[in-house]
Each structure stands twice: as structure tokens, then as C-alpha cells.
Design a protein around this ligand. Sequence first.
Ligand code: HEC
Length: 112
Amino acid sequence: MSRGVSASPTTAKVNTDPAGSGPSSRGLAFAKANCSGCHAVTTGRGSPNPEAPPFEVVVNAPGLTAATLKPWLRDSHNFPAMMNFAIDPEQIDDLAAYMTTLQRRDYTPPIQ
Ligand code: HEC
């Protein structure tokens, strides 16, 4: 898997990180480059691949925190087969920082 691009100011618009830069911006850029082919990586949209849950849905799972998300991202996993990749540790920190900005206290899942 290619390394993510460094923070890209052109992708910062949808970032909910109030600082607008730093780890969560890098995480968003990385997600756009590496995950958005299948997952909706920003809010309010469906995933290009209907099998892949939008990140908003992933991170609003009950009990999910950066601490539970990181080990999942760190594990080299091949389930599903199309997600067989390894992510660099520093990218994981950025990704987790970004993905947890999508958490909403009043979130209600679209299904269930
Ligand atoms: C080629 C398509 C594809 C790409 C690229 C992809 N994913 Fe996925 N991802 C999937 C699919 C399909 C699932 C659903 C697996 C399932 O539920 O069986 C999934 C599931 C997940 C889940 C678990 C959701 C859950 O609640 O169990 C996470 C987290 C995730 N992906 C993160 C990522 C990240 C981070 C990236 C980018 C580094 C990424 N994915 C790139 C297809 C993809």
C-alpha cells in the first residue's frame, strides 16, 4: 500500500477538526487517498462500495474509541480479502485522529 500523501490543504474543507491542520487533516488526506475508493470517508454520503460501511457508521459503533480503533487498523487483516493491507503506524494515528472526529454523541445509525 502506498504511503499517504502529506497533509493536503485542498481536502481540509470537510474536516471537522477545528484546528484545520495536524493529525486529523493528515488522516483525512490519507483516507481519501487510500480508503475512499470503497468507503465514504466523510459524513453524509453512501460508500462507493455498498459492502464497505461509511466511516461515519464505523466510528459511531457503540464503545468505539481511538483506543479500540487503532488496534483494528494495526492488525494486518485480510477480511474482507479486498482490505488486505498494512498501514504505517504513524498513518494509523492520523487515521484514528481523523476518524474519531466523525463521532457524534447524538448519532443514530441509519439501519437497525
Ligand atoms: C477495496 C475496497 C476497500 C478499501 C480500499 C478499504 N476498505 Fe475498509 N472495508 C471494505 C469492506 C467491503 C468492508 C466490510 C467488511 C465486512 O463487514 O465484512 C470494510 C470494513 C472496514 C472496517 C470495519 C468496519 C466494521 O465496523 O467492522 C474498517 C474500520 C475499515 N474498513 C477501514 C478501512 C480503512 C481505514 C481503509 C483505508 C486505509 C479501508 N478500509 C479501505 C472495503 C474496503
